[in-house]
Design a protein around this ligand. Structure first.
Ligand code: CA
Length: 227
Protein backbone atom coordinates (compact mmCIF):
# COMPACT_ATOMS: atom_id res chain seq x y z
CA UNK A 1 0.00 0.00 0.00
CA UNK A 2 1.37 3.37 -1.03
CA UNK A 3 1.11 6.31 1.31
CA UNK A 4 1.83 9.94 0.53
CA UNK A 5 3.19 11.64 3.64
CA UNK A 6 2.94 15.44 3.64
CA UNK A 7 5.01 16.71 6.54
CA UNK A 8 7.61 19.47 6.77
CA UNK A 9 9.56 18.10 9.74
CA UNK A 10 12.17 15.87 8.18
CA UNK A 11 13.03 13.99 11.35
CA UNK A 12 9.42 13.02 11.98
CA UNK A 13 8.91 12.19 8.29
CA UNK A 14 11.94 9.90 8.17
CA UNK A 15 10.91 8.12 11.32
CA UNK A 16 7.34 7.68 10.05
CA UNK A 17 8.45 6.37 6.66
CA UNK A 18 10.84 3.85 8.22
CA UNK A 19 8.40 2.68 10.88
CA UNK A 20 5.44 2.30 8.56
CA UNK A 21 7.54 0.37 6.04
CA UNK A 22 9.00 -1.95 8.66
CA UNK A 23 5.90 -2.75 10.68
CA UNK A 24 2.88 -1.93 8.56
CA UNK A 25 4.04 -3.02 5.10
CA UNK A 26 3.45 0.48 3.71
CA UNK A 27 5.51 2.18 1.02
CA UNK A 28 5.78 5.80 2.08
CA UNK A 29 6.56 8.66 -0.29
CA UNK A 30 7.40 11.92 1.40
CA UNK A 31 6.52 15.43 0.25
CA UNK A 32 7.72 18.25 2.49
CA UNK A 33 5.25 20.79 1.17
CA UNK A 34 1.71 20.79 -0.18
CA UNK A 35 2.58 22.15 -3.65
CA UNK A 36 4.92 19.21 -4.25
CA UNK A 37 2.23 16.84 -2.98
CA UNK A 38 -0.30 18.30 -5.42
CA UNK A 39 2.06 17.82 -8.33
CA UNK A 40 2.64 14.19 -7.39
CA UNK A 41 -1.08 13.49 -6.96
CA UNK A 42 -1.69 14.70 -10.48
CA UNK A 43 0.36 11.87 -11.95
CA UNK A 44 0.48 9.20 -9.23
CA UNK A 45 -1.99 7.25 -7.18
CA UNK A 46 -1.78 6.54 -3.48
CA UNK A 47 -3.89 4.38 -1.19
CA UNK A 48 -3.95 7.04 1.53
CA UNK A 49 -2.51 10.44 2.47
CA UNK A 50 -1.07 11.44 5.85
CA UNK A 51 -1.35 15.21 6.10
CA UNK A 52 0.27 17.56 8.61
CA UNK A 53 -1.87 20.69 8.94
CA UNK A 54 0.97 23.05 9.84
CA UNK A 55 2.97 23.38 6.64
CA UNK A 56 4.96 26.28 5.18
CA UNK A 57 3.38 27.82 2.07
CA UNK A 58 0.05 26.21 1.31
CA UNK A 59 -1.22 24.85 4.62
CA UNK A 60 -2.95 21.54 5.23
CA UNK A 61 -6.45 23.00 5.28
CA UNK A 62 -6.05 24.57 1.86
CA UNK A 63 -4.46 21.43 0.44
CA UNK A 64 -7.39 19.34 1.66
CA UNK A 65 -9.95 21.77 0.31
CA UNK A 66 -8.31 21.78 -3.12
CA UNK A 67 -7.91 17.99 -3.15
CA UNK A 68 -11.62 17.39 -2.63
CA UNK A 69 -12.52 20.20 -5.03
CA UNK A 70 -10.70 18.16 -7.71
CA UNK A 71 -12.86 15.19 -6.68
CA UNK A 72 -9.84 13.21 -5.50
CA UNK A 73 -11.26 10.77 -2.94
CA UNK A 74 -8.02 9.34 -1.62
CA UNK A 75 -8.51 8.83 2.15
CA UNK A 76 -6.74 11.48 4.24
CA UNK A 77 -5.52 11.09 7.82
CA UNK A 78 -4.72 14.45 9.38
CA UNK A 79 -1.93 15.00 11.92
CA UNK A 80 -2.70 17.79 14.38
CA UNK A 81 -0.11 19.35 16.63
CA UNK A 82 -2.48 19.85 19.52
CA UNK A 83 -5.91 18.76 20.50
CA UNK A 84 -7.73 21.64 18.90
CA UNK A 85 -11.37 20.77 18.48
CA UNK A 86 -12.07 23.60 16.04
CA UNK A 87 -9.18 22.52 13.83
CA UNK A 88 -10.52 18.98 13.70
CA UNK A 89 -14.03 20.13 12.86
CA UNK A 90 -12.71 22.37 10.09
CA UNK A 91 -10.74 19.46 8.66
CA UNK A 92 -13.79 17.21 8.69
CA UNK A 93 -15.75 19.79 6.73
CA UNK A 94 -12.88 19.98 4.26
CA UNK A 95 -12.94 16.22 3.70
CA UNK A 96 -10.53 14.59 6.17
CA UNK A 97 -11.28 10.96 7.04
CA UNK A 98 -9.45 10.58 10.35
CA UNK A 99 -7.15 12.35 12.84
CA UNK A 100 -4.12 11.69 14.98
CA UNK A 101 -2.84 14.08 17.56
CA UNK A 102 0.93 14.46 17.89
CA UNK A 103 2.66 12.76 19.61
CA UNK A 104 1.13 9.41 18.71
CA UNK A 105 1.95 5.72 18.86
CA UNK A 106 3.01 4.25 15.52
CA UNK A 107 0.87 1.16 16.16
CA UNK A 108 -2.25 3.29 16.37
CA UNK A 109 -1.37 5.17 13.19
CA UNK A 110 -0.87 1.87 11.34
CA UNK A 111 -4.16 0.48 12.58
CA UNK A 112 -6.01 3.62 11.55
CA UNK A 113 -4.41 3.65 8.11
CA UNK A 114 -5.37 0.03 7.50
CA UNK A 115 -8.94 0.76 8.59
CA UNK A 116 -9.14 3.87 6.38
CA UNK A 117 -7.91 2.05 3.30
CA UNK A 118 -10.25 -0.89 3.93
CA UNK A 119 -13.22 1.44 4.34
CA UNK A 120 -12.44 3.48 1.26
CA UNK A 121 -12.11 0.38 -0.91
CA UNK A 122 -15.30 -1.20 0.36
CA UNK A 123 -17.24 2.02 0.06
CA UNK A 124 -16.26 2.92 -3.44
CA UNK A 125 -15.79 -0.23 -5.46
CA UNK A 126 -16.63 -3.67 -4.13
CA UNK A 127 -16.54 -4.87 -7.76
CA UNK A 128 -15.41 -3.11 -10.87
CA UNK A 129 -16.74 -4.12 -14.25
CA UNK A 130 -15.68 -3.35 -17.79
CA UNK A 131 -17.31 -5.31 -20.60
CA UNK A 132 -17.43 -8.87 -19.29
CA UNK A 133 -14.31 -8.43 -17.16
CA UNK A 134 -14.80 -8.07 -13.40
CA UNK A 135 -12.28 -7.11 -10.74
CA UNK A 136 -13.43 -8.51 -7.40
CA UNK A 137 -11.83 -6.18 -4.85
CA UNK A 138 -12.51 -8.45 -1.90
CA UNK A 139 -10.74 -11.49 -3.30
CA UNK A 140 -8.31 -9.42 -5.43
CA UNK A 141 -9.03 -11.48 -8.53
CA UNK A 142 -10.10 -10.75 -12.07
CA UNK A 143 -13.08 -12.78 -13.22
CA UNK A 144 -14.28 -13.58 -16.71
CA UNK A 145 -17.73 -15.20 -16.72
CA UNK A 146 -17.15 -16.02 -13.05
CA UNK A 147 -13.91 -17.85 -13.82
CA UNK A 148 -10.73 -16.35 -12.30
CA UNK A 149 -8.10 -15.21 -14.80
CA UNK A 150 -4.71 -16.79 -14.12
CA UNK A 151 -2.41 -13.80 -13.73
CA UNK A 152 1.06 -13.35 -12.23
CA UNK A 153 1.27 -10.71 -9.45
CA UNK A 154 2.78 -8.21 -11.90
CA UNK A 155 0.18 -8.92 -14.55
CA UNK A 156 -2.51 -8.47 -11.92
CA UNK A 157 -1.08 -5.12 -10.77
CA UNK A 158 -0.75 -3.85 -14.34
CA UNK A 159 -4.30 -4.84 -15.24
CA UNK A 160 -5.61 -3.34 -12.00
CA UNK A 161 -4.09 0.06 -12.81
CA UNK A 162 -5.60 -0.10 -16.29
CA UNK A 163 -8.97 -1.10 -14.83
CA UNK A 164 -8.90 1.71 -12.24
CA UNK A 165 -8.34 4.19 -15.06
CA UNK A 166 -10.45 2.42 -17.69
CA UNK A 167 -11.02 4.70 -20.65
CA UNK A 168 -8.11 6.94 -19.64
CA UNK A 169 -4.48 6.76 -20.68
CA UNK A 170 -2.01 5.13 -18.29
CA UNK A 171 1.68 5.80 -18.88
CA UNK A 172 4.33 3.09 -18.60
CA UNK A 173 5.87 5.00 -15.71
CA UNK A 174 2.56 5.01 -13.81
CA UNK A 175 2.33 1.26 -14.28
CA UNK A 176 5.90 0.78 -13.14
CA UNK A 177 5.26 2.86 -10.01
CA UNK A 178 2.33 0.66 -9.08
CA UNK A 179 3.81 -2.69 -10.02
CA UNK A 180 7.13 -2.44 -8.20
CA UNK A 181 8.20 1.00 -7.00
CA UNK A 182 11.29 -0.40 -5.29
CA UNK A 183 12.23 -3.14 -7.72
CA UNK A 184 14.96 -1.96 -10.10
CA UNK A 185 14.98 -5.31 -11.93
CA UNK A 186 11.87 -4.27 -13.84
CA UNK A 187 12.09 -1.46 -16.39
CA UNK A 188 9.91 0.27 -18.95
CA UNK A 189 10.67 -2.37 -21.61
CA UNK A 190 9.39 -5.04 -19.23
CA UNK A 191 6.03 -3.24 -19.22
CA UNK A 192 5.71 -3.92 -22.96
CA UNK A 193 6.28 -7.63 -22.32
CA UNK A 194 3.67 -7.57 -19.56
CA UNK A 195 1.14 -5.87 -21.84
CA UNK A 196 1.83 -8.44 -24.56
CA UNK A 197 1.10 -11.28 -22.15
CA UNK A 198 -2.00 -9.55 -20.78
CA UNK A 199 -3.40 -9.09 -24.29
CA UNK A 200 -3.16 -12.84 -24.88
CA UNK A 201 -4.94 -13.56 -21.61
CA UNK A 202 -7.68 -11.05 -22.44
CA UNK A 203 -8.17 -12.40 -25.97
CA UNK A 204 -11.53 -14.04 -25.16
CA UNK A 205 -12.91 -11.09 -23.20
CA UNK A 206 -14.82 -8.02 -24.34
CA UNK A 207 -12.05 -5.64 -23.30
CA UNK A 208 -8.86 -4.63 -25.03
CA UNK A 209 -5.64 -2.83 -24.18
CA UNK A 210 -5.17 -0.06 -26.71
CA UNK A 211 -1.69 1.39 -27.35
CA UNK A 212 -1.62 5.20 -27.34
CA UNK A 213 1.58 6.05 -29.19
CA UNK A 214 3.94 8.17 -27.13
CA UNK A 215 1.55 8.16 -24.16
CA UNK A 216 0.93 4.65 -22.88
CA UNK A 217 -2.01 2.31 -22.76
CA UNK A 218 -5.74 2.42 -22.24
CA UNK A 219 -8.17 -0.33 -21.28
CA UNK A 220 -11.41 -0.13 -23.28
CA UNK A 221 -14.46 -2.26 -23.91
CA UNK A 222 -14.56 -3.73 -27.40
CA UNK A 223 -16.71 -1.38 -29.44
CA UNK A 224 -18.72 -4.19 -31.11
CA UNK A 225 -19.32 -6.02 -27.83
CA UNK A 226 -22.98 -7.00 -27.32
CA UNK A 227 -24.67 -5.17 -24.47
CA1 CA B 1 4.46 20.96 10.58
Amino acid sequence: MRILLIEDESELANWLARSLARHGGFMVDWADDAELAERRLRVEEFDAIILDLGLPGMNGHEFLHRLRARDNRCPVLVLTARDAMSERIDSLHEGADDFMQKPFAIEELEARLHALIRRSRGREHPRWMLGDLVLDIGSQRFLHHDQPLALSPREFSALKVLMQKAGEPVTKQQMLDRISPDDTSINLEAIEVLIHRLRKKLADTQVQIVTLRGIGYCLEPLSDAPH
